[in-house]
Design a protein around this ligand. Structure first.
Ligand SMILES: [Zn+2]
Length: 81
């Protein structure tokens, strides 16, 4: 997935509220544990850096995991009007 495709995917997920725009309550980083990325849907394996973000959305705790690159794109796009 190139940067443009990744950007379109993030925007799509933000519009559909499948990704939050708000700032996370907590962040963890570390080597991937094989879980799926909330942006690209692919596994985050041990060679990749994993970002695990916890949000409190309407009183519920929601966790999203991202590749480093997918996380950076989410950070960039979530604050755009
Ligand atoms: Zn990803």
């Amino acid at each position: 997935m190139d940067d443009d495709e990744l950007r379109q995917r993030v925007r799509h997920l933000l519009r559909r509220r499948q990704l939050p725009r708000q700032t996370q309550a907590r962040t963890w980083g570390g080597p991937g544990l094989g879980k799926l990325c909330s942006v690209c849907g692919k596994k985050i394996d041990g060679r990749d850096q994993e970002y695990e973000l916890q949000f409190v959305l309407r009183g519920d705790v929601v966790t999203h995991r991202f590749h480093a690159r997918c996380h950076a794109m989410w950070e960039l796009e979530r604050s755009r009007p």
